[in-house]
Design a protein around this ligand. Sequence first.
Ligand code: ACO
Length: 516
Amino acid sequence: MAPPPSQRDRTVSDIMAHPVVTADPSETVAAASGRMQERGVGSVVVVDGDRPTGILTERDLVRFGASGADSTIAKVSEWMTADPDHLGPDEDPAKALARLLEKGYRHFPVEDEGKLVGIVSARDLMRISQIRPITPAGLDAPKGLEGVVVGETEIGDVRGMEGFYHYRQYNAVELAEKRTLEDVWHLVYRGYLPTRTEREAFKDEIRPLRVIPPEVKALLPSVAILGRHGSLLNGFRSAYSLLAGALGFQPWLDVPIDTLRAEGMLTCAVIPSLLTAIYRLRTGDDPVDPDPELDYAANYLYMLSGKRPPPEHARAIEQYLISTVDHGFNSSSFTARVIASTGADLGSAVVGAIGALSGPLHGGAPSRALDMLDAIGVPEKADEWIRNAVTHGQRLMGFGHRIYKTDDPRSVMLRGVAERLGGPMLDFAKHVEERCVAILAELKPGRNLYTNVEYYAGVVMDRVGVPREMFTPTFVSSRSIGWTAHIIEQAADNRLIRPNARYAGPPPPEPVPAAG
Ligand code: ACO
């Protein structure tokens, strides 16, 4: 015995209506339409014996009505659609629905060996297609979108196998060696490196934007205190969100692109002031206003500590900041682009990006890398600690990267900066790095796990006096330039980013039980 339709693939014969309401070609249109009304159907199949020769649908009757002809005289054969497309009883309902939608029909007669055996409507087919989807979910992308190109950018590129990345064609490491943060910001935003005059003009433009608007500044103590139990980034995220709201950032779809650019400039300029203000308020100090005489990097350290930093410290942090401005479609920049693609305001996209960056698998690692050094304590314990961690499935913070399968050029550069700065932690950090890479190669062969930007970022920041809880926020500060550039680029050539998911649960539709 054949299994019931619910347990096998259904066919057109399972869902078709029969017997079919039919008409004779010589009948009048009035008689046929009267029968359609009486039987509550949207069409009649015109038959010669039991062979279908045409179909008269509501659409034909509309056409007829517009003609002004007399329905008591006009014949069905004159107004029907002759030789209608039809289905076989064994056909797949999903494919039938796809055909029906493609051709714009509402009904299909069903024929078996030239005889009319039933009729199916779009509604019947839709109902069955809820059980067996007519549209495939789409192309399957690998988990984590690894190796998938999801868009274009002119901001920069990361070449994972070559250990190279650039901002608008310029090797980012070389930029960090030869240029200032303001120059690189100008490059990313304006598309080229500034001349001396352009640099000064750009700094003049930035200077007033660093100042936190007074209405927001007045609220910061409450934000800092309320958020003090969570990470500093939580408080900062809220403070930035407040600022974007207070300054009236609008969905970019409603404002000129120049407004979006201005909001981007302001965001990048004010973020260091907001970050350091939240930090100081959490530790019981008053915020320090930006010093108009200091450039970005020196001013950042100044607002953090209240003291003008030594030039070598300002330069070291500047090199770190330059090296982390942008990095392809990393998780936080992509998050910003996804949010921007909906037409939302720049503030929303930046808040989302902050959240994405905060995770330990992305920007939340540098303080944990130093925590690891603390936990290891002395060089002699390194091997045992590292082996134990990796064999217990822990991730060594500051190692491994989705794109780099060789040395991360940022970590190589920052190791150089750390060597220049010196300090008691340096030799120990280098020893632990060497042991981590060796033990990962042994215990995770073929995964190509090397030091990433976060490892020496922690070492460098620690050496120039940035407190551990400010490591990831400092990353936010520089990456905000990349995020906002991505948001502006997305807005300039937007398409909503909205992929599909493959549903993997039990099959729908499950009847909804009556409420108890
Ligand atoms: N320590 C130990 N094992 C690791 C590490 C690590 N740091 N990184 C990757 N692996 C292992 C994984 O356990 C996995 O092993 P398996 O094949 O036995 O399951 C394999 O290498 C591949 O790891 P995935 O997580 O699939 O690789 P992915 O490309 O998704 O990971 C990531 C990249 C998240 C950065 C990862 O290397 C990691 O967790 N590193 C530690 C956290 C960190 O340093 N984050 C900062 C990244 S840099 C930045 O975002 C700015």
